[in-house]
Design a binder for this molecule. Structure first.
Ligand SMILES: CC(C)(COP(=O)(O)OP(=O)(O)OC[C@H]1O[C@@H](n2cnc3c(N)ncnc32)[C@H](O)[C@@H]1OP(=O)(O)O)[C@@H](O)C(=O)NCCC(=O)NCCS
Length: 190
């Protein structure tokens, strides 16, 4: 399946709402992780995650800003149509500048579970390593299936929580990915 997918960096001039015409953010969430007395527990939290036209306009502005600030945006294209994307910021985060911020990673609902997310994460890892980062920082969606994905890739709770992310998305789980270990530990990682 992934053989038919082309992965490439997206330039600023290509960023427009029309790029997302064949991308469907839809996510039917039923269960999420919530922290209760210091422990992550699964809770029923049914809702539908979907993006409006305004959300796509905002997304495009954010991705343009990522590129303006020295970050990178990657796309997964199937027959020329965007089916997944990832963005990673250029600005270092953390007390030692050890983090680069993975600000988006999304696969269209019709193509999830075929390895696209893993490939896009791999591209973000490669880019962040080349920038000299030690870790990716991820303010992640708390849905159980999203968490299973990040866990399968070796992500763990972030050591240095970035409060700006917590303020923006209080229900997100703050994760990090060790770039020195990613892809070297066998199993499904890398
Ligand atoms: C999370 C997301 C990016 C993962 O991308 P994907 O292409 O669907 O995932 P992959 O096919 O690359 O999966 C890699 C591994 O993650 C795990 N995984 C992925 N989806 C899973 C699911 N629904 N349930 C359990 N494990 C899952 C599996 O271990 C999988 O490995 P395997 O295929 O060998 O079993 C994608 O599902 C998505 O966009 N979800 C909705 C939006 C979202 O949550 N984005 C993240 C915001 S922080």
């Amino acid at each position: 399946m992934t053989n038919a997918i082309e992965y490439r960096e997206i330039e600023k001039s290509h960023l427009a709402p029309a790029l997302f015409e064949d991308f469907d953010r839809r996510q039917v969430v039923t269960r999420c992780l919530r922290k209760v007395q210091g422990q992550w527990v699964v809770k029923e939290a049914p809702f539908l995650d979907q993006w409006s036209e305004k959300d796509y306009e905002f997304l495009v502005d954010c991705l343009k800003n990522t590129l303006d600030q020295g970050g990178a945006v990657y796309g997964a294209f199937m027959a020329g149509k965007l089916k997944g994307f990832a963005s990673v910021e250029g600005k270092p985060l953390g007390t030692r500048g050890q983090y680069r911020d993975l600000t988006s990673l999304h696969v269209s609902c019709d193509q999830r579970g075929h390895g696209i997310g893993k490939q896009l994460l791999g591209l973000a890892v490669k880019w962040a390593r080349a920038q000299g980062a030690d870790k990716l920082y991820i303010s992640s969606h708390s849905a159980v299936e999203t968490q299973s994905f990040y866990e399968s890739q070796g992500c763990v709770d972030a050591v240095e929580i970035q409060q700006e992310h917590v303020r923006r998305e209080p229900f997100d789980r703050q994760l990090e990915l060790d770039l020195n270990r990613y892809g070297k530990t066998g199993g499904k990682r890398g």
